[in-house]
Design a protein around this ligand. Structure first.
Ligand code: TEU
Length: 572
């Protein structure tokens, strides 16, 4: 390793694991049916036992809650639904007392239309805040200024009768896009982030931050690049790197914050730029390409079985590309916007336990900083609701209506939501086998999954071979062996239809991960060249497995359904 990459891997957050908390569904201490900040503070010992270094807390700011807090009405006040600023301060103190860090969510592509800035802006064309948002006259013949589409369905423009202009909303119509061309907006955002840094926050997760710079010509999308909804004119836009560098120089750098940028429909080249230390932008980036492998031609609201080869190819491209380019990946299979990977890519019934461990082992062996989304560590599945009445997510309800309007039968629309809805990930955390899984003493805002008597934290903690303890071991292994951070990625499976196998080549040692993503019992033979390079004669140690059958690392491996193993090969 050269000096630059040594310095790179020395940063503490490259050996850390992040736990993502969706506070609304984590733990309710008041009995009102929605989770709160104190509920998180109460569970910090649990997260510490898991080995978590950083907690990412999702938005708890004042908000009307149309998009569960991603529609912020006041960036510097806590939504009473989640508690008080004192509760927040206590959370920070309790985390720090345990040697843990806090990352908060910064949502600045847009604000809620209930934010004071927007209320001012819409009050008159001459208001000082008018230019905080993006206003356009109707198209010459009338109607929307261009054909851009909202990510939640329908046009990206909302008409304001009083002024006769439209404002841009890339998400819900109550989420108005901020005008980043306006220097005052950029200043306000930096000041707001400094407010939280002064409160002791250790880092930020930046919501859809690669969408903040729009092509100022606001052209119609000619549809030449799918999905043709306008995204090519605002994704990784013209001034985005300039804006982020300014945040780094004024906030992230001076306060030594750990930052992750959520990058929508981005590219590898862009993410290398966003996350290379020399560029002084973010610590790392999320991208979503590997979570679109079951979208036919990029269409989220149509179903198809996932493309396993594409999943492996995408992981491999991003591993190698980010490694060579000097970027850093945020590793994840789950978040609050995605159906549970357990239900999506593996078997969440007969082989639920093996599957959950397989996904964990496969992900945590890669280079990057792993993120565990609440409930993943106990194998929570999609709830498979039978009625549209159970759903709450604004995107799901919008799309259900749009699908039905377009002629999809209600049964089929429901079947699509069962697979695709963001609510799949948002069901309340299952703590114990008591009413509502110990999440609340009241009526939960979203239905608790019926399988909670079998799937809950209490049970997982008691069983030494549980999914929880598997995650705990993985997180500890990352800290114990430098090869997790530094090892050069090499794919080993050569398009095998069932197996994902890779190595991380380190200094005199190699980490090997082999996973059978199928319900079949199979034999996998490592290609000769890989077998030789890995040091066929080396001493192998099984670091972790999810079945007992194949403890030794041999060229030919017998893999039971959803078997997954991680070995450390010493080549000296
Ligand atoms: O999500 C960004 C985003 O584009 C998605 O993951 C989105 O949910 C999906 O594309 C819809 O099909 C972020 C937040 O994570 C999400 O919860 C918010 O709703 C969204 O931004 C708007 O703030």
């Amino acid at each position: 390793m050269n000096q630059v990459s040594q310095a790179r891997t020395a940063e503490w957050w490259r050996r850390s694991t992040v736990y993502q908390v969706y506070p609304k569904s984590f733990r309710d201490t008041t009995g009102n049916g929605t989770g709160d900040i104190r509920g998180l503070t109460e569970k910090l010992d649990y997260l510490q036992e898991l080995g978590i270094d950083i907690v990412w807390l999702q938005p708890v700011y004042v908000s009307p809650g149309h998009d569960n807090g991603y529609d912020v009405a006041d960036y510097e006040r806590i939504n009473p639904e989640f508690g008080t600023m004192e509760d927040f301060d206590e959370l920070v103190a309790e985390l720090h007392r345990r040697g843990m860090k806090l990352m908060t969510d910064i949502v600045v592509n847009h604000t809620s239309t209930e934010h004071e800035w927007f209320k001012q802006a819409i009050s008159s064309r001459d208001n000082l805040y008018r230019d905080y948002y993006i206003w356009k006259d109707p198209a010459p013949g009338g109607g929307v200024p261009n054909n851009w589409q909202s990510k939640f369905g329908g046009p990206a423009w909302q008409y304001d009768e009083a002024s006769g202009q439209y404002y841009l909303t890339l998400f819900d119509k109550t989420q108005a896009d901020l005008n980043w061309e306006n220097e005052q907006v950029r200043r306000e955002v930096n000041e707001m982030m400094l407010f939280w840094a002064h409160k002791g926050v250790d880092g930020f997760r930046m919501d859809v931050i690669n969408l903040i710079s729009k092509d100022q010509r606001f052209p119609d999308d000619d549809g030449s690049v799918p999905p043709g909804d306008g995204r090519k004119y605002y994704t990784d836009g013209p001034r985005v790197h300039e804006y982020i560098r300014a945040m780094y120089d004024e906030v992230f750098g001076p306060y030594e914050l750990v930052t992750v940028g959520e990058m929508s429909s981005t590219t590898l080249e862009q993410c290398i730029r966003y996350s290379s230390p020399e560029q002084r932008e973010f610590s790392m980036t999320f991208n979503f390409h590997h979570l679109k492998v079951d979208y036919p031609n990029g269409r989220k609201w149509e179903l198809m079985p996932y493309d396993f080869e594409a999943l492996k190819r995408l992981f491999s491209e991003w591993q190698t590309g980010m490694q060579e380019g000097g970027g850093w990946n945020a590793l994840f299979f789950n978040n609050h916007d995605q159906p549970r990977a357990l239900s999506r890519f593996t078997d969440d019934t007969v082989y639920r336990k093996e599957s959950a461990k397989l996904l964990a082992t496969t992900l945590h062996g890669l280079q990057g900083t792993p993120y565990v989304y609440q409930g993943e560590e106990i194998g929570m599945p999609n709830p498979r609701w039978k009625s549209i009445e159970e759903f709450r997510d604004i995107e799901s309800l919008n799309m259900y209506r749009i699908l039905c309007e377009q002629g999809t039968s209600p049964e089929q629309a429901l079947a699509i939501l069962q697979e695709r809805s963001r609510d799949n990930a948002r069901t309340p955390m299952q703590w114990e086998n008591s009413p509502n899984a110990g999440f609340t003493t009241g009526t939960p805002w979203l239905k608790v999954d019926e399988r909670y008597p079998d799937i809950n934290v209490q049970r997982e903690l008691e069983r030494p071979d549980s999914i929880f303890h598997h995650y705990r071991r993985l997180i500890a292994l990352r800290k114990a062996h430098a090869v997790f951070t530094d090892g050069i990625y090499r794919r080993l499976d050569e398009a095998h239809p069932e197996v994902f196998a890779y190595a991380r080549m380190g200094d005199g040692e190699a980490l090997v991960v082999v996973s059978n993503f199928s319900s079949k019992e199979i034999t996998f033979r490592l290609p000769d060249d890989h077998w030789t390079d890995l040091g066929a004669e080396g001493k192998d140690t099984l670091l972790l497995g999810n079945t007992a059958e194949q403890a030794a690392f041999t060229q030919e491996l017998r893999l039971s359904p959803y078997a997954s193993y991680m070995w450390l090969i010493s080549q000296n």
